[in-house]
Design a protein around this ligand. Structure first.
Ligand code: F0G
Length: 350
């Protein structure tokens, strides 16, 4: 068995990347597709979680970022720039470091998880917090890139979508077929667009007889696609998807409609309940936004809308360790006891 080589070396023949582009890789991809008996039982279906938190920087962004940086190097780019709710900036910073070029990240001040900020800083990116939200930051990043001084590596860069579509290839290769339903969170909407493209390209490549219904979840306070109108002041505890004007809006609606799927809102309390359930019953720690797809699945099951026995994949987009502050907001850290056997035994209840 040959060792995993990363997204660009493995899928180069299916990526629209210049032929002479180098392969920048941190061996991203090849993430586990984890069966989850706890959630499966609850929704009476066969559920698998594609744990994208296992990528090198802890989120699905690495699949697209390695391709974007490979393409940027082929073009002789010296600086990449992005707006981010945190994960894109962490990934851009890491891959730019690896590629030996500079990186600037524009983030909404006070609204990114501490782990993600730490990543951008340690990889040496120029971090620019702005007094605004993600949508403001993206509009500035786009304008910066228009000057030609820097290459934009948000998912409006088609190479990001190219890389992210490979998640569908891996799922089909592992299951030997497409799932019936694929659930995932929707923020700037690049990921649902990319996954759908990946399934579409898989039809012929893997000789599939079907593609899944795409079920996208937006946070109720940041649900422009569900409402059908931009949200000026998006609000949610799931900061990764706190976005009011998604750049890939049309791609998301296309994926929903062509697949016979849905894009629905889940409340912060539904997101947090799914986040805690995944950790407590199936042993998987993802970040809050990642749990939105599972929250939608649980909601649809309550409505009786999940076909019994269906094969369902939910993407867990980012690792829980990105946002440790959320845990201690949810669960109180216990007060210390005396350093004695008696005190510790009493606390444990033994
Ligand atoms: N889940 C996580 C953990 C994310 O970081 C994001 C997006 C999404 C879901 C939504 O994916 O935008 O393709 O619909 N994060 C971006 C960022 C916006 O800047 O890190 P999407």
């Amino acid at each position: 068995m040959s060792a995993w080589r990363g997204v660009v070396p493995t899928y180069r023949d299916r990526l629209k990347l210049p032929i002479d582009a180098p392969a920048i890789t941190l061996l991203e991809g090849n993430t586990p597709l984890i069966p989850v008996p706890g959630i499966s039982e609850r929704v009476e279906a066969e559920v698998f979680l594609k744990f994208e938190g296992m990528n090198p920087t802890g989120s699905f962004k690495d699949r697209g970022m390695c391709v974007a940086l490979s393409g940027a190097l082929a073009e002789g780019t010296r600086t990449v720039v992005c707006a981010s709710t945190g994960n894109t900036s962490a990934s851009a910073a890491a891959y730019a470091a690896r590629a030996g070029i500079t990186c600037a990240v524009i983030i909404p001040d006070g609204n990114i998880a501490s782990g993600k900020l730490a990543q951008a800083l340690i990889h040496g990116a120029t971090v620019v917090p702005v007094k605004g939200n993600f949508d403001d930051a993206l509009s500035i990043a786009r304008r910066l890139a228009e000057t030609g001084e820097a290459c934009l590596v948000n998912s409006v860069n088609p190479l990001r979508i190219e890389g992210q579509k490979t998640v569908a290839f891996e799922i089909v290769e592992t299951l030997g077929c497409a799932p019936d339903i694929h659930c995932l969170p929707v923020g700037n909407a690049g990921n649902i667009t990319a996954a759908w493209l990946g399934y579409t390209e898989s039809l012929e490549y893997y000789q599939l007889d079907r593609r899944p219904a795409m079920w996208g979840a937006q946070a109720a306070g940041a649900a422009p696609i569900v409402r059908g109108a931009p949200v000026e002041r998006p609000q949610t505890i799931a900061t990764a998807i706190r976005i009011g004007k998604p750049a890939s809006w049309e791609g998301a609606v296309g994926a929903r409609d062509q697949s016979g799927g849905v894009i629905e809102a889940v409340t912060d309390s539904e997101i947090l309940a799914a986040y805690r359930l995944l950790a407590a019953t199936d042993g998987i720690f993802c970040e809050p936004a990642s749990a939105a797809g599972v929250a939608l699945l649980l909601k649809k099951a309550k409505e009786g809308a999940v076909p019994v026995g269906a094969k369902i994949v939910a993407t867990l987009t980012g690792h829980g360790l990105k946002d440790p502050d959320r845990v201690v907001k949810e669960i109180k850290v216990p007060d210390p006891v005396d350093a004695t056997l008696a005190a510790v035994s009493a606390r444990i209840g033994l």
